[in-house]
Design a protein around this ligand. Structure first.
Ligand SMILES: [Zn+2]
Length: 604
């Protein structure tokens, strides 16, 4: 509602006086904690200055670079006076909090260093093009995040993405105020991080002979070699790049399952001795690390040691998911360890292993995170649980007093479909997680006390890449759902409102289009609201991207080829076989949506 009031205020201001520059709306995602839109606009031009406290020099550079790349502006450094953007450290500001004031005195962003970075992201979203040039509406914003952990994962284990793309992914997520990049670095299908002590991991484990591109594990093999890995030097570069954007990297090495790439390189770490190959099919593999083998323990300790040196963030994700117990059950070494330690069974062995990793990581000043399977057989103290098989694991861990990040698959697996019309979507694994469904998620379940809710540190979405083998497809699957995630993570629960989100979306998607991001173009508003009135059908459509056009046909023919430009409500005779209206949405960049079918309004 607050947002709607802002829009009304904008309209009233525009009508009530004659501002020097046309008033602009404040269509921000995520919606800030408090926003007041005032009358008037700040004019942004070549003569505008940029002044920053020393600790904010990097943030100022990034803002300056953005304004140059996007608008051709080169702001003058060290300027003073009213026509200036000032970035100021406020030592009293909360972690990641800031205020943004745009008025007659210029633009001032004050906050913690991270907060000021977010203030510049908000400022970027406020800049608009008017007939008189670039302008920023007068606003007063007080802002800070709801959750400290705001995560997004990319599965670089199943498919290797080059450093430049990883950086783009981080840059985009940071612009929506997400702050944890979960880098899934190892998988059965590929080991992607250089470990100096174990060179065979990347010489052998980073490469495979083929990739399964469709549902059939035999027929759908592309028989093209695939692989790659990140050198330690590249990783340090990405860590710095992320830190400049207030993004901490949570590296994941998946243990003790999902390790076929390890076993292909070092078969002696398995229960059977191998030999193994890096697999070319997806799914859970029987072979896992042999916990009863001392060399395995030395191996994981060495890997964690190098990871702790590479990644300065506090958390290391050790996986812990989907490790079948059959090999351990049949392995003399594993059974001997179970007997020696008095463990109950193979689940006890998994728990023993995770506890060991937790203690070892702690000796390096790191905490571990794992998938909710790490609950099985007893949870390691202080381990953060990432709840993916629904929320139950997270709820259990929160009750137990462990930190939790909610990533329930039925809301936050962004490799799941965004539409039920599978023919209009790129092939994917399964599932259905549309934008409004993602937005509806509330991390504080009713089953938890306020005390237990404090253990929920945040929310994350995951982009798994079994069937995502292309950079544009990664972005298509992630966006615009990341925008919904961002608002869940950032905006106070009481201010969240899907209607408001949808009203702010067109401006943000217009910006994503300008940035060249291949996001999924949402169906126009009204597409499921056709009204059958006697023998006519009437429908009004509205694109969810600013300046997009809709082309439609009413006889079942292809709107991509034969579409008429939508200029107002469609009112046509009902076709003999019912409502037969189809449309496409074409963006300012020229990119087009899939074909969307207009459907009659459901009877309420
Ligand atoms: Zn074993």
């Amino acid at each position: 509602m607050k947002c709607l009031r802002n829009w009304l205020l904008v309209l009233i201001c525009a009508a009530g006086s004659v501002p020097a520059i046309a008033q602009l709306p404040a269509a921000l995602i995520p919606e800030p904690r408090e926003i007041e839109v005032l009358e008037g606009s700040f004019r942004l031009s070549q003569s505008t200055g940029l002044r920053a406290d020393k600790a904010l020099a990097r943030t100022a550079d990034l803002l300056g670079d953005y304004l140059t790349a996007t608008y051709g502006l080169r702001l003058k450094g060290g300027a003073a006076g009213k026509n200036t953007i000032r970035l100021v450290v406020d030592r009293n500001a909360g972690d990641e909090a800031y205020t943004l004031r745009v008025g007659e005195d210029g633009v001032t962003i004050a906050g913690s260093p991270a907060g000021v970075f977010y203030g510049t992201q908000t400022l970027r979203q406020l800049i608009g093009q008017t007939n008189d040039g670039l302008a920023v509406p007068y606003v007063f914003i007080t802002d800070g995040p709801r959750f400290g952990y705001r995560g997004l994962m990319l599965d670089c284990g199943r498919y290797f993405y080059p450093v430049e793309f990883v950086k783009q992914y981080i840059d985009l997520m940071a612009s929506y105020k997400l702050n944890r990049f979960h880098w899934h670095l190892t998988e059965d299908a590929g080991w992607r991080v250089e470990i100096k002590k174990y060179p065979e991991l990347t010489r052998i484990g980073a490469w495979r002979g083929s990739t399964q591109r469709g549902p059939d594990p035999v027929r759908d093999q592309d028989r093209m070699p695939h692989g790659g890995f990140y050198t330690q030097e590249q990783i340090r570069d990405v860590v710095r790049y992320a830190a400049d954007r207030n993004v901490t990297i949570v590296p994941e090495v998946d243990l003790p399952g999902h390790t076929m790439s390890v076993l292909a390189a070092y078969p002696e770490l398995s229960c059977t001795g191998g030999p193994f190959a890096v697999p070319t099919t997806w799914g859970i593999k029987e072979d896992v690390l042999c916990i009863g083998n001392e060399r395995t323990i030395a191996f994981v300790e060495d890997v964690l040691t190098e990871l702790a040196e590479l990644f300065p963030g506090g958390l290391i994700h050790i996986g812990g998911d989907e490790a079948p117990k059959r090999r351990w059950h049949e392995c003399p070494k594993c059974q001997a360890l179970i007997a020696q330690k008095g463990l109950k069974d193979e689940h006890g062995l998994q728990s023993y292993f995770i506890h060991h990793l937790q203690r070892f990581a702690a000796s390096k000043g790191r905490e571990i995170m794992g998938w909710d399977e790490i609950l099985e057989g007893g949870l390691a103290p202080g381990a953060t649980v990432m709840s993916w098989r629904g929320e139950q694991g997270g709820i259990e861990a929160a009750r137990h007093g462990n930190p939790v990040v909610m990533a329930p698959n039925h809301y936050f697996y962004f490799d799941y479909y965004q539409s039920k019309d599978l023919a209009a979507e790129p092939f994917n694994i399964w599932g259905y997680v549309p934008l409004d469904w993602v937005y509806s998620y509330e991390p504080y379940g009713r089953e938890l006390t306020p005390e237990q809710c404090r253990n929920i540190r945040g929310v994350q979405a995951n982009v798994w890449c079994e069937f995502i083998h292309d950079e544009d497809k990664v972005l298509y699957m992630a966006y615009p759902r990341v925008l919904a995630l961002s608002e869940i993570c950032w905006t106070p629960a009481a201010k969240r409102d899907y209607g408001g989100f949808v009203r702010r979306l067109p401006e943000r998607l217009h910006e994503l289009d300008r940035r060249g991001v291949v996001f999924r173009i949402p169906e126009p508003l009204g597409i499921d609201r056709a009204e059958v009135r006697g023998n006519r059908v009437v429908v009004a459509l509205e694109p969810l991207v600013r300046d997009a056009r809709i082309y439609y046909t009413t006889d079942g023919s292809d709107p991509m080829v034969y579409g008429k430009l939508y200029t107002g409500q469609i009112d046509v005779p009902l076709a003999f076989d019912g409502v037969n209206i189809q449309c496409v949405v074409r963006l300012p960049s020229g990119r087009s949506s899939a074909i969307y079918k207009v459907t009659p309004r459901e009877k309420e």
